[in-house]
Design a protein around this ligand. Structure first.
Ligand code: ADP
Length: 613
C-alpha cells in the first residue's frame, strides 16, 4: 500500500506530540490530586483550631462575666455569661461536625462534660450569692469553678494542639508525596522520552535507509558503474524514485552497451584500414613502446605484431634515424609535432628509400601521448631521380670539352688568328661565342646541381668577412650597372662580425641575386645590398626597384627551371640560379625567401647562422 513520505513524517510527529501530551496529562493530574489532598486536610484541621480558639475566648469572657457577677453587677454578669454560653455551644457544635482526627471525639466529649459542670457550678454560685453569702461565693469560685474553667480551657487547647500537629503531619505527608510524585513524573517522562527517541530513530532510520542506498547508487554511477540496481521495497516517494532510478540506469547501461559496440565496430574498421595500408605504419606510446604495426611494417621490418607489441621501439626495429625522429616528436614541444625525413633501410643487401612522416598523437589537453610513423616507399622515385642526375651529370660533363673548344675556337677566330674576319663572319662568330658561353654556364649550373643532389658537394667553411665578400662580388658588376643606368649601393658595414662560410658558394649566391636584380630592373632604378645581425643570424638583403614578382611565384622561383612568365623569359637565363642558390644556403643551415609585389621591386633576403664556428 502506498504510504507517502509526508504521512510517515506526520505519523512520527503525531506520535511525539502524543507522548508529550501524556507526560503533561500525568503531571497535571498528579499535581491536581496532591493539591486537593493538601487542601482538604489543612482546611478541616484549620476549622477545628478556629473552633477551639473561639471556645477558649468565649470561656475566658464567661470567666470575666462571673467576676462582674460577683463583684460589680449581678444582672449584667449573668446575661453576658448566658450570651457567651450560646457562643460556646455554637463553636462546640462546629467542632463536633468537623472531627477528623483520632482522639478528637473523646476530647470534645470531655470538653462538653466539663463545660456542663462549669455551667452547673455557675448556677450554684448564683444560689450562694443569692443567699447573701458573699464570702462563700468567692471561695466557691476560687476552689470549684476556676479549676473546672481551666480543665475546659486546657481541653480546648489540647484540641487545638491536636489539629495543629495534624496540620504539620499533613504538610510533611504532602511534601513527601509531592517529592514522590515528582520522581514518578521524572521517571515516567524519562521512560517516554527514551521510548519516543527510540521509536523516532527507528522510523527515521527506516525512512533514511533507502535514501542512503540511493545516494550510494548515484555515487557509483558517477564512477561509471552503470550496471546496478537498487533494492528498495518501500512504497513511498523514495521507493518510486528508486524504481525510476533503476529504469534510468538500465537505459544508460543499454545505451553504453550499444555505444561500446559501435565504438568497437568503428575501431575495428579503422584498425582494418590502418592494417591494410600499403605503407608501413608504426604506432608508439610516449615511452617509445610499440603499440601497433600494420602488415606492411611487419613485412618491411620482418616482425610480427604479436611479438613486438609493448616492446621498446629499438628492441623491435634497430633503426636509429627513425627512432631519433620518434623521440624528437615525442619529447618535442608544440612546434615539433610532425616531420618528414628520408630514411634508408637495407634489406637483403638492397637499399630502400622511405620518406618518414612522424606525427604526434595528442590527448584532449594537447599533450603528446604517442606517435604515428608512416614510411612512404620512394625507392623507385629515388632510383629514377638518381638515373636522371647521373644522366645530366654525364651529359654535362661530356658537353664541357667540346663546348670549351667551340668557345676557344670562336675566341681565336675573333682574335684574328686565322686572318681578319669580315663584318658578316665576325657577327656569326660573336653569336657562336656568346651562345657557347651561355651554354657553358648552363652546363656548369647543371653540373653543380647534380653534384648537390648526389651529395657530392663539399663545403669549405672558413671565417670570412661578409663586407669583403660583397665588395668583391659587386666590383665586376659596377660597369654593367653603370651601362644599364642602375645605381648599385653597397650598404654593408665593415663592423659585421666574421662568419664561417664557404666563400665560393656564398659568392655564387650574391652574384646570382645581384645579376638577377640587374636583369629585372629598368634604367634609372637602384639596387641596395645590406647586411645586419639579428637573433644570432646574419641577415643579407638584395633589394631592387625592378619589375617585382607575383605572390604565387615567391616559392616557385626557388625550384629548378622556374621562371616568372612574360618578361623574364626574354632575359635569357635557365631558371637554375635560384635553385642552386637555395641549395647552397640550405647547406649553410640558412634560409632564403623573397618579399615582392609586381611593379614594386623585389627584396631577396637570406640568413646564415653566426654560431657555426
Ligand atoms: P634565371 O635568372 O636564370 O632565369 P633564376 O633561378 O636566377 O634563373 O631566377 C628564376 C626566375 O626568378 C627568373 O627567371 C625571374 O623570373 C625571377 N627573378 C629572379 N630574381 C628576380 C628579381 N630580382 N626581380 C624579378 N624577378 C626575378
Amino acid at each position: 500500500m502506498f504510504q507517502s513520505l509526508r504521512s510517515k513524517i506526520l505519523s512520527i510527529y503525531i506520535f511525539l506530540i502524543l507522548l508529550i501530551c501524556s507526560i503533561a496529562a500525568v503531571s497535571v493530574l498528579s499535581l491536581y490530586n496532591l493539591n486537593r489532598a493538601i487542601d482538604g486536610l489543612i482546611e478541616s484541621n484549620y476549622r477545628s483550631i478556629v473552633a477551639a480558639t473561639n471556645m477558649i475566648n468565649a470561656m475566658e469572657r464567661q470567666d470575666s462575666n462571673q467576676l462582674i457577677f460577683l463583684q460589680v453587677n449581678e444582672e449584667k454578669g449573668r446575661s453576658a455569661f448566658t450570651n457567651n454560653e450560646k457562643e460556646f455551644f455554637i463553636w462546640l457544635g462546629k467542632a463536633k461536625d468537623n472531627i477528623t482526627e483520632e482522639d478528637e471525639a473523646e476530647i470534645l466529649d470531655k470538653i462538653e462534660m466539663n463545660y456542663i459542670k462549669y455551667l452547673k457550678y455557675f448556677s450554684k454560685l448564683q444560689q450562694i450569692k443569692a443567699s447573701g453569702r458573699e464570702r462563700d461565693a468567692i471561695a466557691f469560685y476560687d476552689n470549684e469553678i476556676y479549676p473546672v474553667f481551666h480543665s475546659v480551657k486546657d481541653a480546648c487547647m489540647g484540641l487545638s494542639d491536636l489539629n495543629e500537629r495534624a496540620m504539620f503531619r499533613s504538610k510533611e505527608k504532602a511534601t513527601v508525596s509531592s517529592r514522590n510524585q515528582m520522581y514518578s513524573i521524572i521517571a515516567f517522562s524519562l521512560f517516554l522520552i527514551s521510548f519516543g527517541l527510540f521509536v523516532a530513530l527507528y522510523f527515521i532510520n527506516k525512512t533514511m535507509k533507502p535514501m542512503h542506498m540511493l545516494i550510494s547508487g548515484v555515487k557509483s554511477i558517477k564512477e561509471g558503474n552503470l550496471n546496478q540496481e537498487i533494492q528498495i521495497s518501500t512504497q513511498d516517494e523514495i521507493g518510486q524514485l528508486a524504481s525510476e532510478f533503476n529504469n534510468m540506469t538500465k537505459r544508460l547501461w543499454q545505451y553504453e552497451q550499444s555505444n561500446i559496440k559501435s565504438l568497437i565496430a568503428e575501431r575495428n574498421k579503422s584498425l582494418a584500414i590502418v592494417k591494410s595500408i600499403s605503407d608501413p605504419i608504426i604506432v608508439t606510446d610516449n615511452q617509445y613502446q610499440v603499440t601497433l604495426v600494420n602488415k606492411a611494417a611487419e613485412t618491411v621490418f620482418d616482425i610480427s605484431e604479436q611479438k613486438v607489441t609493448g616492446k621498446h621501439f629499438l628492441e623491435v626495429i634497430s633503426n636509429n634515424s627513425i627512432f631519433d625522429e620518434i623521440k624528437r616528436i615525442t619529447d618535442g614541444n608544440e612546434f615539433a609535432n610532425a616531420s618528414n625525413n628520408l630514411v634508408t633501410i637495407i634489406k637483403k643487401e638492397k637499399k630502400y628509400f622511405y620518406l618518414l612522416a612522424v606525427t604526434s598523437i595528442l590527448n584532449n589537453d594537447n599533450q603528446t601521448i604517442g606517435t604515428v610513423s608512416v614510411l612512404q616507399d620512394i625507392t623507385h622515385m629515388k632510383e629514377v631521380e638518381d638515373l636522371k642526375s647521373n644522366f645530366i651529370s654525364t651529359v654535362s660533363h661530356e658537353l664541357r670539352t667540346p663546348l670549351t673548344s667551340i668557345i676557344m675556337g670562336a675566341g681565336l677566330l675573333l682574335d684574328g688568328i686565322s686572318g681578319e674576319l669580315n663584318p658578316g663572319q665576325k657577327e656569326i662568330v660573336e653569336a657562336m661565342d656568346e651562345d657557347g658561353t651561355r651554354l657553358m654556364a648552363i652546363v656548369n649550373d647543371l653540373l653543380d646541381l647534380s653534384k648537390i643532389e648526389s651529395g657530392k658537394m663539399y663545403m669549405n667553411l672558413q671565417q670570412t668577412s661578409i663586407y669583403a665578400l660583397v665588395e668583391s662580388c659587386i666590383n665586376p658588376l659596377l660597369d654593367i650597372a653603370k651601362e644599364k643606368g642602375i645605381r648599385l649601393f653597397d650598404l654593408v658595414s665593415k663592423d659585421i662580425p666574421l662568419i664561417y662560410l664557404d666563400s665560393n658558394k656564398i659568392s655564387y649566391v650574391m652574384n646570382n641575386l645581384i645579376t638577377n636584380a640587374l636583369k629585372f630592373t629598368d634604367r634609372g632604378g637602384e639596387i641596395k645590398i645590406s647586411a645586419k645581425v639579428e637573433n644570432q643570424l646574419l641577415k643579407v638583403s638584395v633589394k631592387d626597384t625592378g619589375i617585382g614578382i607575383p605572390k604565387e611565384y615567391h616559392e616557385l622561383i626557388f625550384e629548378k627551371f622556374t621562371q616568372v612568365e612574360s618578361e623574364s623569359k626574354n632575359q635569357g637565363g635557365t631558371g637554375l640560379g635560384l635553385a642552386i642558390t637555395k641549395e647552397f644556403i640550405k647547406k649553410h643551415n640558412g634560409d632564403i625567401w623573397v618579399e615582392s609585389e609586381p611593379g614594386e621591386g623585389s627584396n631577396f633576403i637570406f640568413t646564415l647562422p653566426l654560431d657555426r664556428g
